[in-house]
Design a protein around this ligand. Sequence first.
Ligand code: NAD
Length: 257
Amino acid sequence: MNTLLQGKNIVIMGVANHRSIAWGIAQSLHNAGANLIFTYQGERLRENVAELTAKIGANSLLVNCDVTKDEDVEAAFALIKEEVGVIHGLAHCIAFAKTEELEGEYVNTSRDGYALAQDISAYSLVAVARAARPLMTEGGSIVTMTYLGGERAVPNYNVMGVAKAALDASVRYLANDLGKENIRVNAISAGPIRTLAAKGIRNFNSVLKEIEEKAPLRRTIDQSEVGDTALFLFSNLSRGITGEILHVDAGYSIIGG
Ligand code: NAD
């Protein structure tokens, strides 16, 4: 336990189950004294989130929010404003692409699949940053989740890599817009972790194996390591950092071919 986030209200978007990176972040922030608010994608997932928050004894506000719907985003932040007033942080841990677009050649990406991946995985950060901004009256920190596939052509990551490139660029543009209100925007580029979203990526096991063999730390990373980095980015310790992509990947991204 620590008190780095005592008295801070932080919204966490994207817990699906106990393996979710968002849940790793939630545990680190909870241990630092933050008051957490969770959004989930549709009522189907509410129970999962409620069970998890009960386990750590967090008395959290749970709010429905499908990020493809403007009305959901507006209603979610209106409810959060009503219930907690000011927020100090937002963790955006949301992405989606059709499974069939996550294999084979990127050149075969469909128009629909491209638009869907961009909408959920990149545009949603813009939409939620805009909705969160009026609640961040004391300044704030927004953290999103990205992957190396936005910087390099990673086999099978395809349309999601292009969405992550857009997300990375959005981090810089949003950081520039919101910095004057002392709202910082950063991304964590996590190494591969076995989660529900990762299941959709073909040959994910061989990706993990390659990291174990080649990453400087000779191992993969886990949700708690992303969680602790997010804690740093939400805390005052990172007050001089914005528009940054921070790699939490056991060093894999520095290795040459
Ligand atoms: P996950 O499946 O646990 O989380 C993905 C979340 O996105 C789910 O909670 C899902 O409900 C949510 N989501 C999808 N569509 C949505 C919508 N329309 N509205 C609201 N929520 C929606 O998987 P994860 O791996 O924890 O993914 C979290 C983030 O981390 C994603 O951005 C992912 O790209 C990123 N990431 C994952 C890895 C990895 O290897 N797992 C590595 C780097 C980055």
